[in-house]
Design a protein around this ligand. Sequence first.
Ligand code: ZN
Length: 318
Amino acid sequence: MTKIHIGIDIGGTSIKIGFIDQVGQIIHKWEIPTRKEESGIHIVQDIRDSIVEKQIALSIDDNQFVGIGVGAPGFIDHKRGTVHAVNIGWTDYQLKQCVQEKFNLPVWIENDANMAVLGENWRGAGNGEENVMLITLGTGVGGGVIANGELLRGESGAASEIGHVTVERNGVTCNCGREGCLETIASATGMVRQAKETIDKHPQSHMAQFYRKNKAISVKDLFSLAEQGEQLSQQIIDNTTNVLATAIQNMATLINPSRILIGGGVSNAGEALLKPLRDKFIAKALPRISKPCELKSAELGNDAGIIGAAYVVLVHSK
Ligand code: ZN
């Protein structure tokens, strides 16, 4: 009978759930919406109902389930099993205990970016390395680090939050309340903000015309405009990769990784993003840092979180 590790990745809009075997193959995966009302008190029950429904539909025996790994956004307090995730409405929420009460199974919780780096290192672009950094460029900028073979969590679960390293004095205010965080520039939100500022400054430009015609501009648009030779979008990409490469090289100097994996929606740009980023990283970093290090795209996309969560179950239940 196949042993099943349940991997759960709780996000701001949807919850991804996967039944995953002992070699990291997804047996079944699906998504449910994240009900954030009433400070997110329905989320765990929704997960429970959905898993029971799938278990019946797929004729899975209770004793096939090994345990549950849950990735959640925000800060995880491992000593207390609590989560602080403002965008879901959880303030010191007893996530581990709540999941344990609903399922008669062992439960492990972890920050979502940490789950993603574990997933990538197990079944994706990491290849079981001892020292890996994952940087996700999405709505925000997230980071997960494996150092000396161990997940880096820090004293209060805030280690490797690369999105909140300061890259600009007197910069734009970040979601965290501070100014000039990397996230204000290198996230999808940050790149679109740069585009809108540029459009305001250059209302006659091709980019401004594009924006007026389409009534929106996305990161994908910026990369395709740059590919067509449009200079202002190229400048935004140059600025973003420059700032990002500096932040990455600073972090890499602390970690000395063999792989730096770039994930999240912005990384869909592929080599148009990765090549300048790699070139600038190599130019900025100490050769002893850049030489043994490969900077490449993450491979698992949205599945990284559930696969990493299943991996946590696997390693702890052995
Ligand atoms: Zn911040």
